[in-house]
Ligand binder design. Structure first.
Ligand SMILES: [Zn+2]
Length: 237
């Protein structure tokens, strides 16, 4: 049985590069002794990047606790070989910001709309946006949604510390805490301070079904590099 892969993305979510040794190989799948690559789960997209310059296109957590990197093409390595790995940092960092913002919005939604407004599922977050479905038995008040956005941005600006840790009393489950709100359980990757998120936009997405509303969060673009990418994409389409 494969041993649990050591999860470097929890020890230090800011680490972009690491060395590891190959534990198992099968066709396009590689298992390492340790990894910074976040495996898809808990609503968070998986990391992408490279292992010895070969593209990692998807990362999954297997039932035995090992993490499998799905490669674009097979890696010409054998068990025990050392490899150099790099994650796509821009994708990961944007995902981290949006995932942390998603937790902020969760608290604020209950403040603004009432405690019965709870997430209907774990949502979906990647480098572009966070989408979370909330239970709503009435139609959504756009003014209140703007107020929720304003409050999330105020918490971000307040530069509050975000703490994450493994709770050994709860079989190592990952915990998340931002004062003064209650602790949440979350195995995702997060920024250490709310100010890193920058500012966000909160909007209503496509209605997911009766009694639910999809709320989306996007990052307000701050760097020229990202604006240029967005413009390029527009020209191509
Ligand atoms: Zn989370």
């Amino acid at each position: 049985m494969a041993e649990n892969t050591k999860r470097l993305y929890w020890e230090n979510p800011y680490r972009r590069e690491f060395e590891a040794s190959v534990q198992a190989l099968s066709r396009n799948e590689v298992v390492l002794d340790q990894t910074c690559f976040y495996p898809r789960g808990g609503g968070q997209t998986s990391d992408t990047g490279t292992i010895d310059s070969v593209r990692v296109i998807e990362v999954i957590l297997k039932e035995d606790g090992s993490i499998a990197h799905i490669m674009e093409k097979p890696l010409t390595k054998k068990v025990g070989d050392k490899v150099h790995c790099e994650i796509d940092w821009e994708k990961r960092y944007r995902t981290m910001k949006l995932h942390s913002a998603s937790h902020l919005l969760y608290y604020v939604m209950q403040e603004v709309f009432g405690r019965e407004v709870k997430p209907a599922s774990s949502g979906l977050v990647d480098e572009k946006k966070d989408r979370t479905d909330y239970l709503f038995d009435t139609s959504i008040d756009q003014g209140k949604l703007k107020e929720a956005e304003r409050r999330v941005n105020a918490i971000i600006k307040d530069a509050r510390e975000i703490k994450t840790w493994s709770d050994l009393n709860q079989s190592g489950k990952r915990m998340w805490k931002l004062e003064p709100f209650p602790i949440m359980m979350c195995g995702g990757t997060h920024v250490k301070n709310t100010k890193e998120i920058g500012q966000v936009e909160v909007s209503r997405g496509k209605k997911p079904g009766r009694g639910k509303e999809r709320i989306e969060i996007t990052l307000k673009e701050q760097t020229n590099a990202i604006t240029t990418t967005v413009e390029k994409t527009r020209i191509q389409t």
